[in-house]
Design a protein around this ligand. Structure first.
Ligand code: SF4
Length: 299
């Protein structure tokens, strides 16, 4: 969350569960095969159970990204809806640091819910956003965690968004992450493993490990040419790239009974080759991007 918090908005500016399902069906009619619920935090939404149950009835692969705090309350709904894979955002393995970063003290809850997801046979991916001098001293601790746990860790390069005080020097690059692991565990301690098609991470595994680790190098080594994602914000705007500030308002069109397919096509056909047309991040000032903050886009 931005330090200054966020401006609250009228409930009517957000999709109801019914509207979300109806709009999802339009996307599915156009070939969308996978829907991921993200946030902010999707499980704090009052109608999260209804949304999960109803999306679970549609012919798609359903998954979610969560901070895992409420996962135990939703575990049966997730199973019933056929969710197989859950991404958990967790930037540190140190309780005190977790409390500082999240401004909450749910570390033990998050760790026990990760264990619960593993026990219940969900594929668990852990998203770790690395920031220089904040948590980059934990790279090896995280990698070692994947040795005996069936988790897929993904280190994510810190990206510029409104309000996140990003600058080029705060990112921890793909190269630096691999060099740190090589330096501390040895050149031959891990191997490259196969990446799935359209995967955002380049994946590796420690020798004889149960889990794996990957790097999402959106800043230093973008993978936009294989990006097949499209985002719908909670207020019903379609975004064709995380960094794009051009949004098309599907919710208003839906409420006026206007056809959505031409709007969806317009958004997709206008997707830029890379990073929404931003040429280089090196000199980017996040406050000049005029984009939403990450919490109001959905990761
Ligand atoms: S096109 Fe945009 S959303 Fe897709 S990978 Fe590139 S930066 Fe990310």
């Amino acid at each position: 969350m931005p330090e200054e918090g966020i401006e609250l908005r009228e409930r009517s500016s957000f999709m109801t569960a019914e509207e979300l399902i109806e709009i999802a069906k339009v996307f599915i009619s156009q070939g969308i095969k996978k829907i991921r619920l993200t946030g902010g935090e999707p499980l704090v939404k009052k109608n999260a159970k209804l949304v999960i149950n109803e999306l679970g009835k549609l012919p798609i692969e359903l998954s979610l990204t969560t901070n895992a705090i409420l996962v135990d309350q939703y575990i049966l709904d997730l199973k019933k809806a056929g969710v197989k894979s859950v991404n958990v955002s967790l930037d540190t393995l140190k309780e005190e640091r977790f409390n500082t970063i999240t401004k909450r003290d749910y570390f033990k809850k998050v760790m026990s819910n990760i264990q619960l997801l593993i026990q219940e046979n969900f594929k668990v991916k852990i998203n770790v956003v690395l920031i220089k001098n904040v948590n980059d001293d934990e790279i090896v601790d995280f990698v070692n965690w994947s040795k005996n746990k069936p988790i897929e860790l993904r280190f994510i390069e810190f990206m510029p968004f409104d309000g996140n005080q990003w600058n080029w020097d705060k990112k921890v690059s793909y190269k630096e992450i691999l060099n740190t692991i090589k330096k501390e565990l040895g050149d031959k301690s891990f191997k490259k493993i196969e990446d799935h098609p359209n995967d955002t991470a380049k994946n590796f595994q420690l020798k004889n490990a149960t889990g794996s680790f990957g790097i999402i190098s959106s800043v230093t080594n973008p993978f936009c040419d294989t990006c097949n994602r499209i985002r719908l914000t909670a207020d019903g705007k379609i975004k064709n790239c995380l960094f794009s500030n051009k949004e098309i308002d599907l919710l208003t069109a839906h409420r006026k009974n206007l056809p959505l397919i031409p709007l969806i096509k317009e958004s997709i056909y206008n997707k830029k080759k890379q990073h929404a047309g931003i040429k280089s991040f090196e000199k980017t000032n996040p406050n000049e991007l005029k984009n939403r903050s990450m919490i109001s886009i959905g990761g």
